[in-house]
Design a protein around this ligand. Structure first.
Ligand code: SF4
Ligand code: SF4
Length: 647
């Protein structure tokens, strides 16, 4: 090669090169041994779930990993920082591989190709440097609350920082010693070269080379043993969560055990804390945080499935928080909305509850009593089945369980709406609306069973199966094919957890929206109020019904809809879901009180919701917060009925 042709001499002044090969082999061996450990743990959990190819999951993974789609969502600063680190690291990694190909396979990096290569590597180095500094500033100067400050949280970025800085210094010393005519193309190294005299640079160069090489090789070796594993684990989790079919926990053996999807999620979790920020339980100062819980589960899984225990040595002896606090989770799904690796902490929580119920351990007393009531009386509220249809005594409604009675639509009232004084308003007003709209509907009266939602949420799968069978038998017996529910919880169970259902289930907001679209809601009265809407978790986040209730509210004459700071998928849980209504769990503040204050801050006079549990929780919170008229908490049916007055 002509001396003036831009190029680079590999292993310039490095002796003996075999030591490099020895160290590289050692680092690769450690990397592979660590990866093998992951495969072993994953293999042991892969009993019931198999990974399969999915083009959609692959596309999702590519968008999330390479474009940073998920990390940009909701936290642009964090997303851009992560993209800087990701792309900087990736380009440098590819560049190093290109150099290896050039050296060992065929030479092509010379002339313009080498100059372009040099410049790209400089830019990538700067990008990585900016990303690392930004990450350190966020964690240690800005002290972003969701970020932890454990030992490895400092060591990993500092390690990477040293690699980048030593890389630039190494390059500077080489350029200073060699003085090539094309040095300016490596503009950072060229600037650094001014710090050395050519003689000093030549002396220092070998030591700097070994230092940089050792930092790089040890970094590669450390990937499986630190949180760096998310480089591989996060894409694996994103792909797997997208490729595996949604499972319905059933009575099969080992239903409460972790599977391959759980193991990959645990290992892909990089402790970013987004789930903690969005978790209403953590936000209310309760002793539960999804990140800590997931890390505790990961640790336990490794202890169980790997001979040497957890290989993440830096977090090995840290206390495993959150192991027994899973009853606090409301199963609101807020964590899944923000998790970069699509981890559903609440599904892991349900598995832990299944095991707790099976073993009869760690089940709160109040919850045990509720389960007993559910078992004996088919409802969680009353030690009697008789009062179930009492709310309808004054109304002339069709009872579908009576001989000869038929209807197009079965209104499944649900336990809470049937028994609770506050929630009964939903049943009365919805029935009246259906009558005004001339809908041919009926109820199941005293024979209406529990849908099984509570049993399922708290992990009592046997009882859930029993209640599911009871509902299906009843619907079959009375030829019921169209069901509308008061509660998003019954709706969710029917729609998503009755795989063999021979009926269509809808929530009342969907039926109201259909009536509105068909001109069956003849609004006559101007309500004249500013209203804000609380999205119930099992209607909004779990079933993506965000628009229907809003459409109805906007159609009511004289109503102005204003949104709370948290709305739609970002809505705050009222604290009543996941079986928490029947437990006495305390935090620093109540979730429902946080929510009612947010509603009040909008300036709205009416807080509307569409779930009996939310209605009860928010009404209690209104009273506790001392919020008086004109501020009211209402069910959507009440508001609609007001505007239908006179029909
Ligand atoms: S579970 Fe998801 S959101 Fe929570 S810390 Fe882990 S990666 Fe982040
Ligand atoms: S489902 Fe809700 S309460 Fe449970 S961990 Fe996730 S965010 Fe927290």
């Amino acid at each position: 090669m002509a001396p003036m042709t831009p190029h680079r001499n590999m292993f310039w002044q490095i002796e003996p090169v075999w030591i490099f090969y020895l160290l590289a082999t050692l680092a690769t061996g450690l990397l592979l041994a660590g990866l093998f450990a992951y495969l072993q743990v994953w293999k042991k959990t892969a009993k019931s779930t198999e990974a399969s190819y999915s083009g959609d999951a692959l596309k999702k993974m590519i968008l999330d990993v390479f474009m940073g789609r998920r990390v940009l969502q909701g936290d642009v600063a964090a997303g851009v920082m992560h993209l800087f680190i990701f792309w900087g690291f990736l380009i440098l990694f590819i560049g190093t591989s290109v150099l290896a190909i050039h050296h060992y396979l065929f030479s092509f990096l010379e002339g313009m190709a080498y100059l372009a290569f040099s410049m790209i590597m400089e830019l990538a180095g700067l990008m990585l440097l900016a990303g690392i500094l930004w990450a350190l500033i966020r964690r240690y100067l800005q002290r972003v609350p969701r970020l932890e400050r454990r030992l490895e949280d400092a060591i990993v970025p500092l390690w990477l920082l040293l690699i980048v800085l030593s890389g630039f210094v190494l390059e500077g010393s080489r350029l200073s010693a060699q003085q090539p005519a094309w040095a300016a193309w490596s503009f950072v190294g060229w600037w650094v070269s001014g710090l050395f005299s050519p003689g000093t640079a030549e002396v220092l160069y070998p030591s700097l080379w070994w230092l940089h090489t050792l930092l790089c090789l040890s970094f590669i070796a450390a990937i499986p043993y630190t949180k760096l594993f998310h480089i591989l684990g996060a894409p694996a989790s994103i792909y797997f969560q997208g490729a595996s079919e949604a499972k319905i926990l059933g009575m099969e053996e080992g239903a409460g055990e972790f599977d391959l999807g759980d193991a990959i999620f645990f290992d892909g979790c990089m402790r970013c804390g987004r789930c903690v920020t969005s978790c209403p339980s953590a936000g209310a100062g309760e002793p539960f945080a999804p990140r800590d819980f997931i890390q505790a589960m990961r640790h336990a899984l490794w202890q169980e499935h790997f001979l040497l225990g957890d290989i993440r040595f830096m977090s090995r002896n840290e206390p495993t928080k959150g192991n027994e606090s899973f009853w606090y989770c409301t199963t609101c799904r807020a964590c899944l909305e923000v998790c970069p690796v699509y981890g559903a902490a609440f599904e892991v929580v349900t598995k832990k509850r299944v095991l707790a119920v099976e073993e009869g351990t760690l089940v709160p007393t109040l919850l045990s009593q509720t389960l007993e009531k559910l078992f004996k009386y088919n409802n969680p509220w009353e030690s009697s089945k008789r009062k179930r249809g009492a709310w309808a005594d004054e109304l002339e409604l069709t009872d579908l369980t009576k001989k000869g009675e038929e209807a197009d639509l079965c209104y499944f009232v649900g336990c809470t709406t049937s028994f609770d004084d506050t929630a009964q308003v939903i049943a009365r007003s919805f029935s009246e609306i259906l009558q005004i709209a001339d809908v041919n509907f009926g109820i199941l009266g005293k024979k209406e069973p529990c849908c099984g939602d509570i049993a399922r949420r708290v992990g009592e799968l046997g009882l859930f199966e029993e209640q599911k069978d009871g509902c299906e038998e009843l619907f079959d017996k009375y030829d019921i094919t169209e069901v509308v529910t008061s509660s998003p919880h019954c709706f969710h169970a029917f729609k998503n957890e009755y795989p063999e259902a021979s009926f269509r289930a809808r929530h009342y907001t969907q039926v109201l929206q259909e009536l509105l679209a068909n001109g069956k809601l003849p609004f006559t009265k101007k309500v004249g109020a500013t209203v804000t809407y609380h999205d119930p978790c099992y209607l909004g986040r779990h079933n993506r019904i965000f628009d229907e209730p809003r459409e109805i509210i906007r159609a009511i004459p004289g109503v102005k809809l204003v949104e709370m700071a948290h709305h739609r998928a970002d809505s705050l849980c009222c604290g009543g879901g996941g079986g928490r209504m029947w437990q006495d769990l305390q935090g620093e503040i109540k979730m429902s009180e946080v929510r009612i204050r947010e509603a009040e801050a909008t300036g709205a006079e009416i807080l509307v919701t569409a779930c009996p549990l939310c209605l009860i929780m928010l009404e209690d919170a209104r009273k506790a917060a001392g919020l008086k008229e004109p501020f009211r908490v209402m069910d959507l049916n009440e508001l609609v009925l007001q505007a239908l007055e006179g029909n």
